[in-house]
Design a protein around this ligand. Structure first.
Ligand code: G3P
Length: 220
């Protein structure tokens, strides 16, 4: 399962990229707005920083305008993936972009039925929002498992991207369900690497190493 960052903050992207585990970035209008800068400049910096898939989201609600916007976003770099919403206009626009050889990410997906539609228009990625499903007292992980099962049975090639992930177990369970990609905010990514026994173990190794060095110095 590939790991993506869900952010438009270049410092966060640089930090996780440094670890060697970052395969892509997902952005959305809310995340780009948080940066308070020209969106094109923000996207360009991210596209140049990470060689993997970078999702850039359309904001035009109607098919024709969304299509023109999608073409512009796709032209920004070869690693750009165009995000379209799960609406009739988004699907119609997505279908046209796919016909042009552009990779699309169908976003704001909350049900297996919607995920079937995304696959049928030939999406490169489908993005079910697990955390937001949980927020309305439903089961986001159950929806993800159903989507992965359907895609397996139907042999759909669309990549399932688990989105709106809120804690490390979301990532572990998404991997078990067979998701192709998991995208998460910086704080969740940072939690993946942490374990108290790693910290305690490292502290002890370093203390013992220092003790040996002091001992050898004393003998010299
Ligand atoms: O970028 C899409 C999705 O991951 C948003 O997550 O936390 O705003 O529900 P969240």
């Amino acid at each position: 399962m590939r790991l993506f960052l869900d952010t438009a903050d270049i410092d966060e992207i640089r930090e996780i990229n440094r670890w060697g585990v970052l395969s892509g970035v997902t952005t959305n209008p809310t995340l780009v707005a948080k940066e308070g800068e020209d969106p094109e400049a923000v996207w360009k910096e991210i596209l140049a920083e990470v060689p993997g898939d970078i999702s850039l989201e359309t904001t035009e609600p109607e098919t024709d305008a969304m299509y023109e916007e999608g073409l512009r976003l796709a032209q920004m770099a070869p690693n750009a993936v165009v995000k379209v919403p799960m609406t009739p206009d988004g699907l119609a626009c997505g279908k046209r972009l796919v016909a042009e050889g552009i990779r699309i990410n169908v976003t704001l997906v909350f049900s297996p039925a919607q995920a079937i539609l995304a696959a049928e228009v030939g999406a490169y990625i489908v993005s079910p929002f697990l955390g937001r499903i949980d927020d309305v007292a439903s089961d986001g992980m159950h929806a993800l498992r159903q989507i992965c099962d359907i895609y397996r049975v139907q042999k759909y090639e669309t990549n399932v991207l688990a989105a709106s992930l809120r804690h490390p177990m979301h990532i572990v369970e998404s991997a078990l369900a067979g998701a192709d990609i998991a995208t998460m905010p910086f704080d969740v990514f940072a939690k993946l690497v942490k374990h108290p026994l790693t910290d305690i173990g490292l502290e002890r190794f370093l203390a013992d190493w220092e003790k040996l060095n002091d001992q050898l110095k004393g003998e010299a």
